[in-house]
Ligand binder design. Structure first.
Ligand code: NDP
Length: 333
């Protein structure tokens, strides 16, 4: 690691809280590698809504100071012991892990994958975590069948736009919700068949509309990332023997759920996380291969909302938290 600098730029927090706890630093030590890790020199860093949970305290950072961020792409700058041979210094890679809001990131080699020549580095950083979430949701959480009716919330967001496109690609019929007309139009342009407002003032109106669209039966599955605010109305739209997948907390976590509420329609309820679907290198490689195939063969649109410098982290975070963004936010170190 002799040619590496000793310090780097990074965004860290020393406590949880609002965006005022985000600290942009230029003198953070470049991390040392452990066995099985590679050091990635970031070219692009992907912002995910989960980053806001670690900053606000919904999820607990393991230590302080803590460098936020969970994905990025760039080149391998150094390799630790016992790293697979497809990862060499100079290999172009995308990764998922921790400490991504920085110039250099130590990543477990199991979560570092070479980027195919046909995919550019920015697209890789803009795709990996959100798109793999969508891939595993439609394959593992509820294996979507051609012709299924599926409800997707926050359909113009990062994961949302991937879901809409992948669902279209596998022949499902998508009912999409998003908060503005512009966002709903974007979901439509990406494959949603029916667009609905959330009807926050009376969610029964929303439920009634979904039931009407689906001939009174309800949807085969819901992919709900909004959480607290939409959980009840989403559950009400699921058909008998259907599946409710609650996979995010954008409006707050869902708490205190009474299991008996599943009985009237024998609904299956899941609260999955991506990392438990890709717990091994093999599982990650399989899901990533499927993702690259979708991007290449189905011509999927990788919608990048904006690219900000790392020093603009407060603005970037405020934008995603205030529902201003569509698709993916990317940082450059
Ligand atoms: P998004 O780009 O989708 O941004 C979040 C969106 O949520 C907003 O644009 C907004 O869309 C919607 N939203 C609804 N209510 C609120 C609210 N009160 N505050 C803020 N946003 C709100 O983010 P991501 O694509 O990064 O993540 C989407 C969701 O998926 C998150 O909940 C995230 O935690 C979850 N996720 C879960 C994973 C897992 O493994 N379980 C992995 C990855 C993501 P609108 O204005 O249209 O409602």
């Amino acid at each position: 690691m002799s040619s590496l600098p000793k310090t780097m730029k990074a965004v860290q927090i020393e406590k949880t809280g609002g965006t005022d706890v985000l600290q942009y630093k230029t003198d953070v030590p470049v991390p040392q590698l452990k066995e099985g890790e590679v050091l990635v020199k970031n070219e692009f860093i992907g912002i995910n809504f989960i980053d806001t949970y670690f900053r606000s305290g919904i999820y607990k950072p393991p230590t302080f100071p803590y460098i936020l961020g969970r994905e990025g792409s760039g080149t391998v700058a150094a390799i630790g012991a016992n790293v697979p041979s497809d990862l060499q210094v100079g290999t172009r890679v995308a990764y998922m892990g921790q400490y991504a809001y920085a110039e250099y990131v130590p990543v477990a080699s199991d979560y570092t994958i070479p980027i195919p020549d046909s995919i550019d580095t920015k697209t890789a950083a803009a795709s990996l975590l959100q798109a793999l979430t969508a891939v595993t949701l439609i394959r593992d959480a509820y294996p979507v069948q051609k012709g299924d009716w599926i409800l997707v919330t926050a359909a113009a967001g990062g994961v949302g736009l991937w879901l809409v496109q992948l669902l279209k690609a596998v022949g499902a019929r998508v009912i999409a919700t998003a908060s503005t007309e512009e966002k709903r139009n974007l979901a439509k342009a990406n494959g949603a068949e029916v667009l609905l407002e959330y009807h926050e003032e009376d969610r029964q109106v929303f439920v009634k509309k979904v039931l009407e669209i689906t001939g009174g039966e309800g949807v085969h599955a819901v992919f709900d990332s909004v959480g607290k605010a939409t959980f009840d109305s989403s559950l009400a739209t699921v058909r008998r023997k259907g599946t409710m997948v609650s996979f995010g907390n954008a409006s707050g976590p869902v708490e205190g759920f009474a299991l008996a509420r599943l009985s009237p329609k024998n609904v299956k309820l899941l609260r999955p996380t991506l990392f438990n679907y890709i717990a091994t290198r093999e599982e990650l490689q399989t899901a990533a291969k499927e993702l690259w195939n979708f991007i290449e063969k189905d011509g999927l649109n990788v919608k990048i909302h904006d690219v900000y410098p790392l020093s603009d982290i407060v603005r970037a975070t405020q934008d995603i938290e205030s529902r201003k963004t569509t698709g993916k936010l990317v940082l450059t170190p």
